[in-house]
Design a protein. Sequence first.
Length: 439
Amino acid sequence: MVQRARKWRWRTEDGPEPPHVPARALVIDTTMPCPGRDAGSHAALSHMASLRRLGFDILFAPADMRDGPGAAALDEIGVARATEPWCASVEEVMRREGPEFALVYVHRYEPAIHYVAMARHYMPHARRIYAVADLHGLRLARRGYIEERPDLVAHAKFVHQLEVTAAAGCHAVITHSPVEAATLHKALPQGRVEVAPWHVPVRPTPPSFDERFGIAFVGSFAHAPNLDAALYLRDDVLPLVWASAPEIVCTLAGTGMPQTLTEPHDPRFRAIGRVEALSDLLGHVRLTVAPLAYGAGLQGKVADSLAMGVPCVCTPVAAEGFDLPPVLQSLMAPDAAGLAASIVRLHRDPGLFATCRAAGLAYVSAAFNEAVVDAGLRRAIGMPPMTEASTPTKSMTAVGPYLTGDTYAVFRGPERCATVSTSSPPCRAPRPRSAYADC
């Protein structure tokens, strides 16, 4: 239900001063954010909480106009909702209340291409911000090269142009990844692009190394990069792990698992589906894995794992955008053999586990705290900084096809998809196209 800001009327000019009425912000997303569903939901909720701390009254309008289980999370941070049956569309909200909003925050690609131009029409005075969950064009381009699909690569260029058009219609663009910020700067040299992560609370799980066992991979498997990574883990990485450490058990957890993952394979490979609390799983394993071949943006699964004190063995793509400490960078590997070696080494070495655990907790605490989020939002809104927030400054290199306008900077080597720089590590090796036939 739309909850309007209170209107104050005063009878005489010499009456009491009207109380301060906070500026209003309209936040638009594809659907109602739900904690635990995906990293995008966590990012949207975190940024709305930041806007509340910065003094805004917020009205949230999902593009599908549906309420959902995430409504309680919005209530907790004091965000009003515009949903059915009180509102029929986002356009109706803009048409009726447009002049009241000082800020329009559009999250994700799909709402941006529909509502940025509409916001310019109905509320030309409001500051428009496009928050990029991840660059869809970049992710599609990488997938197209991995699967050797020219049609997908061509579609990725079209999507990229839509993203750039939406970004050009805004006063500022927010991205979570320094790599994607560099991509957007190349496409929009005059645009304002700010890096603002989401808040990841540090909540270390208590069990010691000896009380833990096995590894885990967590993700939404309706998301193509996660499904590809799960198949790669099962078919390519784990056989090498079991050759030297047959006792290691791998647990797959998350939503949207297809039959190809749940059907019997090996008793040491368990697909358990959705877990109610991530800590129930990560509190019992020694490490997580993220063997992604392609993707974009910051990987929430990596940040969540480190925040719970569980080191993550991953590919360069999964680590892209993170300024990881050297000990955590040493766990990265571009191929199955390297990933398997890191898994076995970390699973058997309590000293390495303790060092990586401490490094991960310290990194998340410094790079994903509320002060860093607020500083990024302040820059995007154009508010003066309150305090000096620490943000990663180390230059980062993108991995894979790199969108620069209509151009992709790639190397077409036989063993891997493209890289932007010869100094960056190669991506994970592509899977045969036939592997996707039954998915």
